[in-house]
Ligand binder design. Structure first.
Ligand SMILES: *Cc1c(COP(=O)(O)O)cnc(C)c1O
Length: 394
């Protein structure tokens, strides 16, 4: 082994010794009923909240899109990777979210890197909720601006930070719409009021709210009755409820033009696949015209919460959430791993989330529900949880 390989092995060994070593598990497909190592598995950890990743109309649109426009964009958007199908999707996304324009990115991670690095100079300040997604923190690091974090959902804590910063400095207030590991929603109205008072632009990353919340699935803002203008920078992803891949930023014409000029993660990367773009148009149609999928999902969420609180299982706490993200707080990471393993033995896949993704002592099973789940699927989850919890409690 050469020095380079030895250094890597040493690092991996350390990762193993802390119990944080991560491994992937290969599924046969993206459905909620899938197979792992040849075994049937019912999954409760995907972000495909509406079951659109395997929807026949979306799949067909992708095949047809590939035949008409190609599988790959072939170049970046500013060279010749930009197609009319991208314009169509951008226009639809802008309309859906109530903004002047939208700009596609090839992932949510890149959208967040792109927005923050394009808008913030090194002398700037980015003010984050402590539980914001990692990509928002990484975007801040890429920009070189100073990163500030306020206590989760605490506006007094955010206010204290804003009050200390010079009003003339470049500042940006950023929050997830739905917090990805807790499932709770930001109070967007309160954040917008704070932003207005301090004359700071507000950026909301609604990766987990879009498609799921609001009458038309337009996300956290629609659910909370907040006017789009209150949030000048909205980020949405396409790989979650929309079931495809990619992301977008919605905002004013000026914001979008600024991103096209200065967002390096937009400029220096291959355009979003045109076949996927066609698939996303089909899934957006379904999101907008089939509210019954959301209704079924929200029924499952209510039923899950009701029955789990009736069961009062030892060692787990249901966190306050009205979204498809229903984390079961366990605390100890080994216990969380043990419960996850128990569920797997019963054919239910629900991965344990542990540090560093969540703070130490708050390991959990992050249950996510989907409109693709049936009542029987939910029965199976509840009974597996009941067996698992009872077996693991002394
Ligand atoms: C998933 C997620 C992202 C990243 O989106 P990708 O398209 O998967 O890269 C960004 N922000 C939040 C809040 C997310 O949950």
């Amino acid at each position: 082994m050469n020095t380079f390989e030895r250094a890597l092995s040493h690092q991996l060994e350390q990762q193993r010794s802390t119990g944080h070593y991560r491994q992937r598990r290969s599924q046969s497909d993206a459905g909620v009923h899938t197979r792992i190592d040849g075994r049937a598995m019912l999954t409760f950890c995907s972000n495909d909240y509406l079951g659109l990743a395997t929807h026949p109309r979306v799949v067909e649109a992708m095949c047809e899109g590939a035949r008409r426009y190609g599988t790959g964009g072939g170049a970046s958007h500013l060279v010749n990777g930009h197609q009319q199908i991208h314009d169509r999707l951008e226009a639809r996304l802008a309309q859906w979210t109530g903004h002047e324009r939208a700009l596609l990115f090839s992932s949510g991670y890149k959208a967040n890197l792109g927005v923050i690095s394009a808008l913030m100079p090194r002398s700037g300040h980015v003010i984050h909720d402590r539980l914001n997604h990692a990509s928002l923190l990484d975007g801040t690091r890429l920009s070189g601006a100073r990163l500030h974090r306020f206590d989760h959902a605490s506006f007094s804590s955010a206010e204290q930070i804003l009050a200390r910063l010079a009003p003339a400095s470049d500042r940006l207030l950023v929050s997830d719409g739905v917090f990805s590991m807790d499932g709770d929603c930001a109070d967007v109205d309160a954040l917008a009021a704070l932003a207005r008072r301090h004359e700071v632009p507000l950026m909301i990353d609604d990766a987990h709210g879009l498609g799921v919340l609001g009458t038309h699935g337009a996300g956290t803002l629609e659910a909370q009755n907040v006017a789009p203008a209150e949030v000048p920078i909205l980020v949405g992803t396409l790989g979650k409820a929309l079931g495809t891949q990619g992301a977008f930023v919605a905002g004013s014409h000026t914001l979008i033009e600024t991103l096209i000029q200065f967002a390096r993660p937009f400029i220096y990367t291959t355009s979003l696949s045109p076949a996927l773009t066609a698939a996303t148009l089909a899934s957006l149609d379904i999101v907008q015209t089939e509210p019954e999928r959301r209704a079924h999902l929200h029924h499952l969420i209510r039923r899950f919460r009701r029955e789990l609180s009736t069961l009062a299982l030892p060692g787990i706490t249901l966190m306050p959430s009205e979204t498809p993200i229903q984390p079961l707080l366990i605390g100890d990471e080994h216990k969380a791993m043990a419960l996850s393993a128990r569920l797997r033995d019963e054919g239910v896949l629900c991965t344990a989330i542990r540090p560093p993704t969540v703070p130490p002592g708050t390991s959990r099973l992050r249950v996510t529900l989907s409109a693709a789940h049936t009542e029987t699927d939910l029965d199976q989850l509840l009974s597996a949880l009941e067996h698992g919890c009872r077996a693991l409690t002394p």
